[in-house]
Write a protein that binds this ligand. Structure first.
Ligand SMILES: [Cu+2]
Length: 154
């Protein structure tokens, strides 16, 4: 009888602790833009939904396509749109959007035989500095289809 009580007390404590430390990150709306002809780089888009304390992003991986992926931010410079690497990408509670026209991922140095084609799907993995990760299946869309689906919430 005593043993059972101690065990359930212990369980209760563990559950309380895990509720306090609860952090969850999910990836959705994952899309890769089909590279333009002759290009060996392209953009990838996704939303991150995060619950819990702020956490820094370690990196984004799409292992089947390239080892070199950067997170970029669009920047207006003397009326010219350019992009730069995001210094310390961090997730705060809520949804962080990496979407066309704003922050996005850039897949660089794609080898000839790994160029993604419209309709294909690839695993996308977001690694966080707290050691956790989130993944999704990203669908490849050509630029035109991507334009038509830039409002995924409607
Ligand atoms: Cu970019």
């Amino acid at each position: 009888m005593m043993k059972t009580t101690i065990k359930s007390l212990f369980l209760l404590t563990c559950m309380t602790l895990s509720v306090h430390a609860f952090a969850q990150t999910t990836l959705n709306h994952c899309v890769i833009q089909e590279p333009l002809p002759t290009k060996h780089m392209t953009a990838a888009f996704f939303n991150v939904e995060h619950t819990g304390p702020d956490v820094a992003i370690e990196r984004l991986e799409i292992p089947a396509i390239s080892e070199h992926i950067e997170l970029h931010r669009m920047k207006m410079n003397h009326h010219v749109m350019s992009m730069e690497k995001i210094d310390n990408p961090t997730l705060t509670q809520g949804i962080t959007a990496f979407q066309k026209g704003g922050d996005h991922a850039m897949i660089m140095n794609i080898p000839d035989d790994r160029l993604p084609k419209a309709g294909e799907q690839f695993e996308m993995i977001l690694l966080l500095k707290d050691g956790t990760q989130a993944s999704c299946q990203a669908i490849v869309k050509n630029a035109k289809d991507l334009m038509n689906s830039t409002h995924p919430h409607h």
